[in-house]
Design a binder for this molecule. Structure first.
Ligand code: NIG
Length: 397
C-alpha cells in the first residue's frame, strides 16, 4: 500500500496522550498505520495527496455497543412508548422470534448493511452482540454472523430468560453449552443485569463462567432503575458497564475507584424517554465515559455516532472535545484497544504515529459543527486501516 498525505487540515484532534488540537496540520498514512503528524508546511512528500481544504480531521468513531444481528421490526412498541408506555425487557422476545426465522444469508446481509450505514457516518470500529438467539444453536449462529460482519463480537446469551424456561436452567445453559458454542467467535461476554432480565447473582454466575473461558467482560447495568449492575461490573473488572442511567453515590464512588468505563447511550435514552445518563457527573468524578450508539431494534434504532455526540453535547452537558473523546478513545478503552496495555502499535481511537489509520474527515472546519449543526451530513471521507472506504462530495455548506 502506498503512502498518503492528508494536508491543509483546518483542525486536527489527536485525542491521544498529548490530546492536541492542531491548526493547518497534516497527517501521513503509510500502509494501515499513521506515519507522521505535524504542521502542513513541514509535511514530507507521499505517493498520494488529499487536500482537506481547511476541514477537520478526527479519529474514526469507535462504537463499542451495538446489537446488529437481528431481523424484524418493533415500530409498534416504539409507538406505544411514545404514547406513554415504559420500555420493558420483554420486547427482546419479539426480535428473537424474527431473528430465529431469518436465514443465515439474510441476517448476514442485514448486518453488512448496518455496518455500511455506520461507516458512512464515520464509524471505523464497531462491536456487536448476540442476544436475539437465546438458545444454543441460535446464539452460536448469531456469534458467527456477528464476528464475520463487525470488527468484534460479544456473547449476550444472558439478554432475556425465554418465557417458559426456568431461570436457573437457562443460566446453566448460558454458562455451559451456549458459552462453549459461541466461544470461537467472540472476545467478550455481556449480561443484562436488570429487573425483568438477570439478577445480580445470575449475572455474577454468567460473568464468572465467561471470565473462566477467557472472555473479557461487559455489563448492561442500571438502565431501568437503581441496582447492582455498576458495582458488579467494577467488582469483576469488566471493561465497561453500559447504560448507567441510574447512578447512586456508591455506584459513582465504585466507578471512580475502578477501571471500568461507563458507557452512555444517548440515542437509547431519547428513544426510551429515559432520564439521560449523568455523563457530566460521571466525568466530573473522574470516571472514563464512552459514548456508543446501542443500535438495536428495541431501544435505539440508529447507528449514528454523530447524532450521539451531538446529543451528549446538547443534552448531557459535555463539551465537544469531551464528547469526541468519549466516542473515539474512550470507546477504544472500553474495548481494550487504546494501546494502553501494550506499546500502542495498531491502537484505535486516537491519532498518533503507529496507531491504526482510522480517520474521519468532516465536511466542516471544526468538530464543533457536529453539535452546532446536528443531524447534518458532515462526513466527507473515512479511512479504515489506511484505506479510503467512504468519500462524499461536499453538499452541506
Ligand atoms: O441495550 N437493554 C438491553 N438490551 C438492549 C435492548 C434490547 C431490545 O429491547 O431489543 C439495549 O438497550
Amino acid at each position: 500500500m502506498s503512502a498518503t498525505l492528508i494536508t491543509r487540515i483546518g483542525e486536527l484532534m489527536t485525542v491521544d496522550d498529548e490530546d492536541r488540537v492542531l491548526r493547518d496540520a497534516a497527517v501521513v498514512i503509510d500502509g494501515d498505520r499513521i506515519a507522521w503528524i505535524g504542521a502542513a508546511a513541514e509535511a514530507p512528500a507521499a505517493d498520494d495527496r488529499v487536500d482537506a481544504d481547511g476541514r477537520a480531521l478526527l479519529p474514526g468513531w469507535v462504537d463499542s455497543h451495538t446489537h446488529l444481528v437481528f431481523d424484524g421490526d418493533r415500530t409498534a412498541e416504539f409507538e406505544a412508548r411514545m404514547a406513554g408506555q415504559s420500555y420493558v425487557a420483554g420486547g427482546i422476545a419479539v426480535t428473537r422470534d424474527a431473528t430465529r426465522a431469518a436465514s443465515d444469508e439474510r441476517l448476514s446481509a442485514l448486518v453488512a448493511a448496518r455496518v455500511r450505514a455506520a461507516r458512512a457516518q464515520g464509524t471505523t470500529w464497531i462491536e456487536t452482540k448476540t442476544g436475539y438467539g437465546l438458545d444454543v444453536a441460535s446464539e452460536a449462529r448469531s456469534a458467527r454472523i456477528a464476528a464475520a460482519g463487525a470488527d468484534e463480537a460479544t456473547f449476550l446469551g444472558a439478554h432475556l430468560v425465554p418465557a417458559g424456561v426456568d431461570p436457573d436452567d437457562y443460566v446453566r445453559e448460558v454458562c455451559g453449552p451456549m458459552l462453549d458454542a459461541v466461544r470461537p467467535f467472540v472476545s467478550w461476554a455481556d449480561v443484562f443485569c436488570e429487573r425483568g432480565a438477570f439478577t445480580a447473582e445470575q449475572s455474577r454466575e454468567v460473568l464468572t463462567a465467561a471470565a473462566a473461558a477467557g472472555l473479557g467482560l461487559r455489563v448492561h447495568g442500571n438502565q431501568l432503575g437503581h441496582g447492582d449492575g455498576i458495582r458488579l461490573a467494577v467488582e469483576l473488572g469488566a471493561a465497561s458497564v453500559d447504560h448507567c442511567n441510574f447512578v447512586s453515590d456508591a455506584d459513582l464512588d465504585a466507578l471512580a475507584a475502578g477501571s471500568t468505563v461507563a458507557t452512555v447511550l444517548p440515542a437509547c435514552d431519547l428513544s426510551t424517554r429515559a432520564p439521560l445518563a449523568p455523563a457530566r457527573r460521571l466525568l466530573d468524578a473522574g470516571v472514563e465515559v464512552a459514548i456508543a450508539s446501542n443500535c438495536n431494534p428495541g431501544t435505539s434504532y440508529t447507528s449514528s455516532m454523530p447524532f450521539c455526540v451531538a446529543t451528549a453535547v446538547l443534552q448531557m452537558g459535555l463539551s465537544v472535545h469531551e464528547a469526541v473523546r468519549a466516542a473515539t478513545r474512550a470507546g477504544a478503552i472500553a474495548l481494550g484497544r487504546d494501546g494502553s496495555k501494550g506499546d500502542g502499535d495498531g491502537a484505535i481511537g486516537s491519532i498518533a504515529v503507529g496507531h491504526r489509520a482510522d480517520l474521519h474527515l468532516l465536511d466542516a472546519p471544526s468538530a464543533t459543527h457536529l453539535a452546532y449543526r446536528p443531524g447534518m451530513p458532515l462526513t466527507a471521507a473515512v479511512w479504515r486501516g489506511g484505506r479510503l472506504v467512504v468519500t462524499t462530495e461536499s453538499a452541506s455548506s
